[in-house]
Design a protein around this ligand. Structure first.
Ligand code: UD1
Length: 322
């Protein structure tokens, strides 16, 4: 039995990792500062985990919490492109300072491996598709710069201190429990909750932008496999984690109409600043290195996600007495 530490454990990806680790029978330590994570995401698991409400920049407490851990799955971040454009300093502190703090804490506590949640935003608007890890990065937004910097730090800590670090570049992750309540929420969480309420979502730009939307269970699988893979195959490296298929936002809207039953039309607004036009991953490196094999395709992921939000929307109606 191994001990994992999940940072950002009350977030949507972090809480999915906590669930999966507990199901496998691993020991789980978890931390969150609840800036974007939600307590209810860990409901049902509080007795099964060792939890600390902790900010990553509280170094001494973090280092103490890392003692005895076999692997850190570092998910904590302020995960939003537009939020980083609106307030780059706050997201810098969480995404860069927080990541350096995790790496240093792992070093001081001699944690054998750190798996870092990197982002596809690192590729920016380079024309070549699909994106391969050996392509030059071209980050556009502060968020993309911050996530890429975390990767460089992770690789550096491998080179200079010999630590086992692995970076996973997530491509537009979606699924149950993704926050839908903020203007900065991911597009699928926003669109699904609006459409289930019978309200029209807004497409920024022409709707032809495309993404390699990745269901959260695939990301969980990638983390668990990267955490357990032989060091010589993964450490010091960066891997795309996606599905290898892209969909335009217009197509996503049509698909969601059929799944949610919404029968209106979308609103259109100006392009979003810092936006990337097209994103698609080549996932062969992860397949070769740690047998990454995404099991849930986009449509199936959407159906599962809509089902979950449908339950959440119904629960809200009950509370509000609607
Ligand atoms: C980016 C990263 C992703 C990362 C995420 C963190 C890229 C290619 N992807 O996602 O890996 O996990 O940041 O936040 O850089 N949109 C609308 N209407 C809305 C909301 C969004 O049209 O109400 C559009 C956006 O303009 C964008 C697309 O939907 O073109 C996806 O947006 P979003 O879900 O915010 O994610 P990215 O910024 O692509």
């Amino acid at each position: 039995m191994r001990t994992y530490l999940v940072t950002g454990a009350a977030g949507f990806i972090g809480s999915a990792l906590v669930r999966a680790l507990l199901e496998r029978g691993d020991r789980v330590r978890a931390l969150d500062n609840f800036k974007t994570g939600k307590r209810e995401n860990l409901d049902g698991f509080w007795d099964a985990i060792e939890f600390e409400e902790l900010d990553l920049n509280d170094f001494d407490r973090l280092a103490a919490f890392c003692r005895g851990v076999d692997c850190i799955l570092h998910q904590a971040a302020i995960p939003s492109v537009p939020k980083s454009v609106a307030d780059p300093l706050t997201s810098h502190r969480a995404n860069i300072d927080g990541t350096v703090s995790v790496l240093l804490a792992a070093k001081s506590a001699q944690v054998p491996r750190v798996v870092y949640a990197a982002s596809s935003s690192a590729y920016g608007n380079t024309p070549t598709l699909p994106k391969r890890e050996d392509m030059k990065a071209n980050p556009i937004s502060p968020y993309a710069v911050q996530k890429l910097t975390g990767e460089l730090y992770a690789a550096s800590f491998h080179r200079v201190y010999g630590m086992e670090t692995v970076s996973l570049r997530y491509f537009n992750v979606f699924g149950p429990r993704q926050d839908a309540t903020s203007q900065y929420s991911g597009v699928l969480a926003k669109f699904i909750t609006l459409m289930l309420r019978g309200e029209a979502p807004t497409i920024f730009g022409d709707g032809d932008q495309s993404r390699d939307y990745t269901y959260v269970d695939n990301v969980v699988q990638a983390n668990l496999r990267a955490a357990g893979a032989p060091a010589e195959r993964v450490v010091g490296r960066t891997f795309n984690v996606a599905t290898g298929v892209r969909h335009t936002l217009k197509d996503v809207f049509e698909l969601l109409k059929s799944i949610t039953g919404f029968d209106g039309e979308p609103n259109y607004d100006a392009d979003r600043i810092g936006d990337v036009k097209h994103s698609l991953a080549d996932i062969s490196a992860a397949r070769e290195a740690f047998a990454y094999d995404p099991q849930v395709d986009f449509r199936e992921g959407l159906v599962r996600t809509v089902d979950w939000y449908r339950g959440a929307v119904e629960a809200t109606k009950v509370v509000q007495g609607v």
